[in-house]
Each structure stands twice: as structure tokens, then as C-alpha cells.
Design a protein around this ligand. Structure first.
Ligand code: CAA
Length: 379
């Protein structure tokens, strides 16, 4: 396989690094401490084209592709993992419209999402339907030319600030994954309200809320794809989403390793800096090796996506390995910091908490193993 990062992809990576340094680094710690969602900064990210990276230019995107997207997202995550998940979900939210939207729907919503004028969210999970979205109970009932939506979605990333929501709901009598359909819900639609906000362990500068639909009426024109295609639309969007979370995890892992290296060069014990001990060097060696592998797995999935190849398995492998790596490396890096790493005075404390979400959302590690096993065994 020939794989090379092009000049353009490298420039995008550097542009994201520069943005992170100027716009995220000075504030990330305070946003985390105070639980602030930095809406103005998020708008700047959108204006820079970071929300429509996999959308072709004809629909308002940058057309940069998944490899460039992964590289940019790694840079954002390195500095602020919360902003990285916002960026990841904003890009995920373009996928259903890009693949299933009519020309009118694309014109109405995709353009705005891709150009960063609209912020998009993705609502699949329910209180009793997490790993198993096929058991969802939110309904969308067709009455003449309108769908009436009732139900509750939970753990919705930036749901409170989103201009449009990709919603999956049950439209047919079929059980499980059949009979689900995808819709676009606009902010401010009567019957649609924001419920409680989660008070999370990490990613505290990302907004996570409940969405409540109470006889919420939307026009039939807001249906995406055909009735009954909702589960497939959600899974295809999640394939892409998992490249995003894998990239976020690689960025977090790199930041953890760099913090550990910097600390180990300064901290002295037994009369010398602790980086001179082999125990510390071996931890860094393991971290560097795992991060390299995670990065290549993630870029390989992105590369396949850019070439129009199926990448379901590769995205799940990347997400599984990178998120587990982020947690292992965060653990080692905090260990290297010793007691200081357990205080709020060092960045590693935030990184450790932020890493934890990556093995859970957009499919737990256990779900990724199910996908990989099915795709490998039933090849
Ligand atoms: N692409 C296209 N179609 C797909 C697909 C994919 N990747 N995966 C499954 N499908 C299709 C299947 O082919 C099948 O089609 P038919 O009905 O025509 O046969 C249909 O969908 C049902 O598939 P399965 O039988 O495999 O469904 P399942 O119930 O066994 O579930 C699963 C499969 C992979 C476990 C899936 O339920 C899953 O991914 N669960 C995890 C959900 C998840 O990741 N949630 C995260 C929510 S988003 C989030 O975290 C929010 C955030 O903002 C960060």
C-alpha cells in the first residue's frame, strides 16, 4: 500500500495546530474547571472549515477528506479533547445529509453545516437504548403531511447548542433495527425541548444533554432517505464518527505522553531526573509504540474512506485500539507524575478524565469487538 501525507493534508494539520495553540490552549483548563461550552470558539472552528471536512466543495465543504480530518482532529484533541468531540460530532452530522439528503435538503442544511454556519448534532441513544439502538422507543407517526415525534434522547453531544439534529425514531410497527427512520429536527421546533444537562467526569467543556420530544410536529420534507432506512443511516454515520473518536483518542494519548516526558525531565528523585530510570523509559517506549500503531490504524480507516472503500471494520478497529491506547497511556503518564498527577495542578489530571469517555461513546469497546468479529468472520 502506498500512503503518503500530501502537502495539502500537512498544511491542514498545521492550520489546526495553530488554531489549537492560539484559540484553545490558553482557555482549555478554565473551560474544563468551570464546565463552559465555548460557543464563540466553536463558531470560529466552524468558520475555519473544520466542520465540513468530508463534504465536497460543491456542497460547501472543504473537500479535504477523512485523512486530513483525522490529522486536524488529532491536533485539536491534543490541546482540548472537549473541542475535539464537538468537531467530531459536527462532522458526523454532515454524513446523513451528504449520503441521503435530497438536493433541497442539501441546499437547506448541508451547506450551512459544512460552512460552519449551522451546528449539527446526532440523536440516536435513549435512556434504555444505548449499545442496542434497535430497542429505541421514540416514535415518529405520520399524520397527513407531518410527522409527530414523541420520546426522549440522552447523551446528545452539544444538543443544547445545535441548530439541527439528526434524529432516529421508530416509524413502523417492525421490531428492532427495522422500522426506524431518520429526520432533521430544527432548533426551536414546537414540542422539542432541551432536558437535563449531564455533569460529566471529563470532557467538561463539551455539552451533553437530554432532548425531549412531546408531540413535536415536523414536515414530511424533513425525512432523510426512505422510511425504514434509519438504522442503516445511523450506522453509516457512526462508521465515520468512529474515525473521529479514534483521532480524538490519538490526540489525547500524544498529549499524555508529551506531558509525561516533560515532567520526567524535570522531576528529580534519588539524585537524578526520573527520565534516567529504565522503568520510566519503558513506559514511554510502550506509550510511543501504542500511539504509533493507533495513529496508523486510524489513518488506514480514513484512507479507505477517502478512496470510497468499505471501512466499517477498519473504523471499529481504529476506535477500539486508539481509545484503549488513550486510557493506557493516560494511566502510565499519570503514574509517571506520581502524586502531583492526581492534583488539579497538572494537565495530566484533565487528560486522564477526558480519555475515559473514548472507550464508551460512539460504541463501547465491546460493541467495536462485535463489529470487528462479524466483519472478520463473515467476510
Ligand atoms: N453500515 C451499513 N449498514 C449497517 C451497518 C453499517 N456499518 N451495520 C449494520 N448495518 C445494517 C445491517 O446490514 C442490517 O441490515 P438488514 O436489516 O438489511 O439486514 C441492519 O443494519 C441491522 O444490523 P445488525 O443486525 O448488525 O444490528 P444489531 O442490532 O445486531 O446491532 C451493532 C449492530 C453494531 C451492535 C449496533 O447496534 C451498534 O453499533 N451499536 C452501538 C451504538 C452506538 O455506537 N451508539 C453511540 C451513539 S452516538 C454517540 O455516542 C453520541 C455522541 O454524540 C458522541
Amino acid at each position: 500500500m502506498e500512503f503518503e501525507i500530501s502537502n495539502e493534508q500537512e498544511m491542514i494539520r498545521l492550520m489546526a495546530r495553530d488554531f489549537a495553540k492560539k484559540e484553545l490552549e490558553p482557555f482549555a483548563s478554565e473551560w474544563d474547571r468551570k464546565g463552559i461550552f465555548p460557543l464563540e470558539t466553536i463558531k470560529k472552528m466552524g468558520n475555519l472549515g473544520l466542520f465540513g471536512m468530508m463534504v465536497p466543495t460543491e456542497f460547501g465543504g472543504s473537500g479535504a477528506g477523512a485523512v486530513a480530518y483525522s490529522l486536524a482532529l488529532q491536533e485539536i484533541a491534543y490541546t482540548c479533547a472537549s473541542s475535539a468531540v464537538t468537531m467530531s460530532v459536527a462532522n458526523l452530522a454532515t454524513e446523513p445529509l451528504l449520503k441521503f439528503g435530497t438536493p433541497t435538503q442539501k441546499e437547506k442544511w448541508l451547506l450551512g453545516l459544512a460552512q460552519g454556519m449551522l451546528l449539527g448534532a446526532f440523536a440516536l441513544t435513549e435512556p434504555n437504548a444505548g449499545s442496542d439502538p434497535g430497542s429505541m422507543t421514540t416514535t415518529a407517526v405520520l399524520k397527513k403531511d407531518r410527522y409527530i415525534i414523541n420520546g426522549t434522547k440522552v447523551f446528545i453531544t452539544h444538543g443544547q447548542y445545535a441548530d439541527i439534529i439528526n434524529l432516529i425514531a421508530r416509524t413502523g410497527p417492525e421490531k428492532g433495527t427495522r422500522g426506524l427512520s431518520a429526520f432533521i429536527i430544527e432548533k426551536g421546533t414546537p414540542g422539542f425541548t432541551i432536558g437535563s444537562k449531564e455533569d460529566k467526569l471529563g470532557l467538561r467543556a463539551s455539552n451533553t444533554v437530554e432532548l425531549v420530544f412531546n408531540d413535536c410536529e415536523i414536515p414530511v420534507e424533513n425525512l432523510l432517505g426512505n422510511p425504514g432506512e434509519g438504522f442503516k443511516i445511523a450506522m453509516l454515520a457512526l462508521d465515520s464518527g468512529r474515525i473521529g473518536i479514534a483521532s480524538q483518542a490519538v490526540g489525547i494519548a500524544r498529549a499524555c505522553m508529551d506531558e509525561a516526558i516533560a515532567y520526567s525531565k524535570e522531576r528529580k528523585q534519588f539524585g537524578k531526573t526520573i527520565n534516567s530510570f529504565q522503568a520510566i523509559q519503558f513506559m514511554i517506549a510502550d506509550a510511543a509504540t501504542k500511539i504509533e500503531a493507533a495513529s496508523w490504524l486510524t489513518l488506514a480507516a480514513a484512507y479507505r474512506k477517502d478512496r470510497g472503500l468499505k471501512f466499517t471494520k477498519e473504523a471499529s478497529m481504529a476506535k477500539l485500539f486508539s481509545s484503549e491506547t488513550a486510557n493506557t497511556v493516560a494511566y502510565m503518564a499519570l503514574q509517571i507524575h506520581g502524586g502531583y498527577g492526581y492534583t488539579k495542578n497538572y494537565k495530566i489530571e484533565r487528560l486522564f478524565r477526558d480519555a475515559r469517555a473514548t472507550t464508551i461513546y460512539e460504541g463501547t469497546s465491546e460493541i467495536q469487538r462485535i463489529v470487528i468479529a462479524r466483519e472478520t468472520i463473515n467476510r
